[in-house]
Write a protein that binds this ligand. Structure first.
Ligand code: 5GP
Length: 204
C-alpha cells in the first residue's frame, strides 16, 4: 500500500518537557522522522549543531525565508525559528510520519497548509511546575525565564486550536499518551490507501 506520512506537531510552553517526550517517542517509534529546526538563537551548553538545531545567522535565516526553504517559521522570544521544508517532504514521500517540535504560531501555519496534520499540545500539570522546571534546567537567565513564563500564558490560551492536550505530569505517562495518539491517527481510514485495499475486494 502506498501510504504517505503524516505531520505530527508537538507544541507547548518552554519547560513543558517537549524535548524529553519527543526523544522518548523517537526511541520507541523508530520509523518516525524528527524534523530539525533552524534557529538564530545562540547554542546552549550541551546542544549539538545539526542534531538539536541548525544554528544559523539572521541573514542566512532570512535567505531561507526568501528562497521558500521553510515550511513555516516564527519569531519566538525575539529569535527566528523555522522548519526546513526539504527533509520533511522527503520523509513524508517515503511514507514516514514526521514529528515536529514547534511553537503555536508555526503549528497554526502548518494546519492551514496541511489540514490533516495532528496538533498535540503538551502542557505542564501546573504553572508552578513549569517555573520549577525552567529554573532547574539552569540554561537560561532569570530575565529569560520570566520572559518564557509570560509567553507561556499566551501559549496556553491557544490549546483550543489543538487536536489533543497531554498533561506532562510523569514523562512515561505523557510518552504513552503521545504514542497512543500517533498510533490511533495511523488507523484513520483517511490516512490509509483505501483505494488499493478496496480494489482487492472488488476484484473477487
Ligand atoms: P528553545 O529555544 O527553548 O529550544 O525553543 C523555543 C521555542 O521555539 C519552543 O516553543 C519551540 O517549540 C519553538 N520552536 C523550535 N523550533 C521551531 C520551529 O522550527 N518553528 C517554530 N515555529 N517554533 C519552533
Amino acid at each position: 500500500m502506498n501510504i504517505k506520512g503524516n505531520l505530527i506537531i508537538i507544541s507547548g510552553p518552554s519547560g513543558a518537557g517537549k524535548g524529553t517526550v519527543c526523544k522518548a517517542i523517537l526511541d520507541s517509534m523508530t520509523d518516525l522522522h524528527l524534523s530539525i529546526s533552524a534557529t538564530t538563537r545562540p547554542k546552549r551548553v550541551g546542544e549539538r549543531a545539526g542534531a538539536d538545531y541548525f544554528f544559523v545567522s539572521k541573514p542566512a535565516f532570512e535567505a531561507m525565508i526568501a528562497g521558500d526553504g521553510l515550511l513555516e517559521w516564527a519569531n519566538v522570544y525575539g529569535q527566528y525559528y523555522g522548519t526546513p521544508v526539504e527533509p520533511v517532504v522527503k520523509a513524508v514521500e517515503q511514507g514516514r510520519d514526521v514529528i515536529m517540535e514547534i511553537d503555536v504560531q508555526g503549528a497554526l501555519q502548518i494546519r492551514k497548509k496541511f489540514p490533516g496534520c495532528v496538533l498535540i499540545f503538551l502542557a505542564p500539570p501546573s504553572r508552578s511546575t513549569l517555573e520549577q522546571r525552567l529554573r532547574n534546567r539552569a540554561t537560561d537567565s532569570d530575565e529569560e525565564i520570566e520572559r518564557r513564563l509570560k509567553w507561556a500564558e499566551g501559549e496556553m490560551q491557544k490549546v483550543e486550536f489543538y487536536d489533543y492536550l497531554v498533561l506532562n505530569d510523569e514523562v512515561e505517562n505523557a510518552v504513552r499518551k503521545v504514542a497512543n495518539i500517533i498510533n490511533a491517527e495511523r488507523c484513520r481510514p483517511a490516512r490509509l490507501d483505501m483505494e488499493s485495499l478496496m480494489q482487492q475486494y472488488r476484484n473477487k
